[in-house]
Write a protein that binds this ligand. Structure first.
Ligand code: S3P
Length: 442
């Protein structure tokens, strides 16, 4: 994908947006369903799997590790190998652009006597892996290179030792990799996190039959998995991705007169910080028709435009909206007053340095944005005039966030390349079109 020529795109000021739509399946849950399907015995049937590059790469990776994956009438069927049953891949495991695919798979491989070469695209090859490799090494994983970044060759072992590990960074990827590895260790493996991060791994592990305990320890979140686990294949219905829905919600919040409903979205509270913030800014946001599917809460999210006001987004909220800061910044450009987003250190190590890319993108539209340490400050109201081109740095969310900003700006907003939108939301431009957004190729 990184080899193809860039695809520039434009967003034009649009009239009121309206409609009831669905967004594709949640990316985090899709990766985990495939991986747990591979680690379970029997067949895991997944409906609503996100069919986007990141997740399809994970499907190919688990096939290379010995699971069987078939797609029948839109349902993915994974025939698993059981914990400890994965086999040596015949070639390198290519994760493309996906940090989640790569880091979680490191944990999956750790408990197997398997050597694998892990590779990815230029963006992924710049991202830090030590945060995952340090705890996995303590458990017994071998790493050939003394390096922080891909490509890397790792060697798992069937005699993994359980650990107790306090994560220095708030990261569900690190937590999940350790828990996946813990399935194959004998004894209890515990991850302690200062702030709770998304808990899909814990929920899905329980659903597949593993023993997982959560407890509060000195104000921190401790998650323990019991090793030598046996998982059983289960049906998984993947709910709509709240991080993808955020683009539609943001568009409705920005464009006067809009009302958009996104049906069947995951509303797990470890993921809904963006919607809380949007409400605080004054948008009319409701979660209707709440229900639960395979251990995850779901609702229909309705967003109606209202005048917006700048807010302070506290650092403690960052894990629950970590992927939504670029699009929140786009919304903040249309609020009266300043929006301060605090505690954003982790944004620097995403698919791009999102703190820098967001500030630069706003500046290119005549907006005022300032980075002060780990805080991003966006001056609101009429500061985003549009008319500029945004550099997306192989980052899907930067591309989508600024196209959303363009729907409310005075002049068209250009992004230099929307190729990477295919990693998480291939139907983005088409879906936005159905609610009335004016997006077009340049
Ligand atoms: C994810 C966790 C987050 C998030 C990523 C998906 C996951 O990353 O940014 O898009 O599925 O566990 P970190 O855990 O590194 O914060």
């Amino acid at each position: 994908m990184s080899q193809s020529p860039p695809r520039p795109f434009h967003a034009h000021r649009s009239g009121p947006l309206a409609g009831v739509i669905r967004v594709p399946g949640d990316k985090s849950i899709s990766h985990r369903a495939l991986m747990l399907g591979a680690l379970a015995t029997g067949v895991t049937r997944i409906t609503g799997l996100l069919e986007a590059e990141d997740v399809l790469n994970t499907a190919r990776v688990i096939e290379l590790l010995g699971a069987r994956v078939a797609r029948r009438e839109g349902v993915f069927e994974v025939a698993g190998r059981g914990v400890g049953g994965l086999t040596r891949p015949s070639g390198p495991l290519d994760f493309g652009n996906s940090g989640t695919g790569c880091r979680l798979t490191m944990g999956v491989i750790a408990g197997h006597d398997v050597e694998a070469r892990l590779v990815g695209d230029a963006s992924l090859s710049r991202r830090p892996m030590r945060r995952v490799l340090t705890p996995l090494r303590q458990m017994g994983l071998g790493v050939a290179e003394d390096r922080e970044t891909l490509p890397l060759t790792i060697r798992g072992t069937s005699s993994l030792v359980p650990i107790e590990y306090a994560t220095p960074v708030p990261s569900a990827q690190v937590k999940s990799a350790i828990l996946f590895a813990g399935l194959g260790a004998s004894g209890e493996t515990t991850v302690i996190e200062r702030e709770p991060t998304r808990d899909h791994t814990e929920r899905m592990l329980r659903y597949f039959g593993a023993e997982v305990k959560t407890a509060e320890r000195d104000g921190r979140n401790a998650v323990t998995v019991t090793g030598d686990a046996e998982l059983e294949g289960k049906p998984v219905a993947v709910p709509g991705d709240p991080s993808s829905a955020a683009f539609l919600a943001a568009a409705a919040a920005i464009v006067p007169g809009s009302e958009v409903t996104i049906a069947g979205v995951l509303v797990n509270e470890t993921r809904t910080g963006f919607y809380t913030t949007l409400k605080e800014m004054g948008a009319d946001v409701t979660f209707a028709n709440p229900r639960e599917e395979n251990g995850e809460p779901i609702a229909d999210i309705r967003v109606r435009h209202r005048p917006l006001t700048g807010v302070v987004v506290p650092a403690g909220r960052a894990p629950s909206m970590i992927d939504e800061y670029p699009v929140l910044s786009a919304v903040a450009a249309f609020a009266s007053g300043e929006t301060r987003m605090e505690g954003l250190a982790e944004l620097k190590v995403k698919e791009s340095d999102r703190l820098a890319a967001t500030a630069a993108g706003l500046a290119a539209q005549g907006g005022l944005a300032k980075v002060d340490g780990d805080t991003l400050i966006v001056a609101g109201n009429t500061t985003a005039r549009g008319g500029g081109t945004v550099v997306t740095h192989m980052d899907h969310r930067i591309a989508m966030a600024f196209l959303i900003l363009g729907l409310g700006a005075d002049r068209p907003v250009a992004v230099d390349d929307i190729t990477f939108v295919a990693t998480s939301f291939p139907a983005f431009t088409a879906l936005m079109g159905t609610v009335g957004a004016r997006l077009e190729a340049r």
